[in-house]
Design a protein around this ligand. Sequence first.
Ligand SMILES: NC(=O)c1ccc[n+]([C@@H]2O[C@H](COP(=O)([O-])OP(=O)(O)OC[C@H]3O[C@@H](n4cnc5c(N)ncnc54)[C@H](O)[C@@H]3O)[C@@H](O)[C@H]2O)c1
Length: 263
Amino acid sequence: MSDNIDTSWRHVTDLCGKTVVVTGCASGIGRATALQYASAGATVYGGDVNEAAGEAALAEIRAAGGQGRFFKLDLTDGASVDAFVDSVVETIGDAPDILANVAGLDRVMPFLENTPDVWELLIKVNYLGPVRMIHRFLPRMVARRSGKIVTVASDAGRVGSSGETFYAGTKGAIIAFTKSLARETARAGLTCNCVAPGPTDTPLFNGTIPDGKLRDALIKAIPLKRLAQPVEIAHTVVFLSTPATDFMTGQVVSVSGGLTMHG
Ligand SMILES: NC(=O)c1ccc[n+]([C@@H]2O[C@H](COP(=O)([O-])OP(=O)(O)OC[C@H]3O[C@@H](n4cnc5c(N)ncnc54)[C@H](O)[C@@H]3O)[C@@H](O)[C@H]2O)c1
């Protein structure tokens, strides 16, 4: 190789030897993210309420030569979050180098049709669960003065989305939380960022907006004229976990095919 080629890029995107927790690893963006972390060299600790599919994702990683383990996680249940954190800490002997909060839940309906049990469920999965997990891992990250926290929010939390009013509120909450956490933890050298996907081809999206006129109209409105593939969101999550982004914190990066453009 020529002496003139700077190979530092390879080093700032390498995650060999790093440990990462990925929630929502059983499906969609979380599954793609777990696979991409493994391909970047990290050891993956996956959590999901769907045990069979979560175990299968981790088995796929190991079959491809990667490393990792699955632990059951129900973000609606504080005791389950605590047990998950304890299992990870016991296995690694520390908090992970990287925490990727990807799991999430949506219920699409007019706000006037919401019932309080929908609010309870969404706030637990999309906000309180990740907050509890961060709160449990954080003391170890702060003590060792390193850690990267990446949370998958949504463009709904930045620009709103009809039929997703309460969901958008939970995503706006995790965005505001992440920005404040970034400020509080910067002195310890941590970074905290969000990825805000636009419409992405996953079971969650396909379940809420199946083939039909609404889906076609939405795709037409996206400047790049297609849905995102889960791996395209995963790439940004992984990027925000690498040393290439050591000077980025408190940021929200939209990956939406240009559907949203933020100043
Ligand atoms: N797909 C989209 O268009 C889109 C757009 C914007 C944001 N997002 C966000 O991306 C993230 C991933 O969504 P996706 O589209 O891949 O959905 P998905 O349904 O394919 O995957 C979500 C995963 O979260 C898990 N999960 C749900 N409830 C849980 C709980 N109580 N405890 C633990 N795990 C739980 C599910 O089992 C599933 O494996 C979510 O945070 C979602 O809000 C998705």
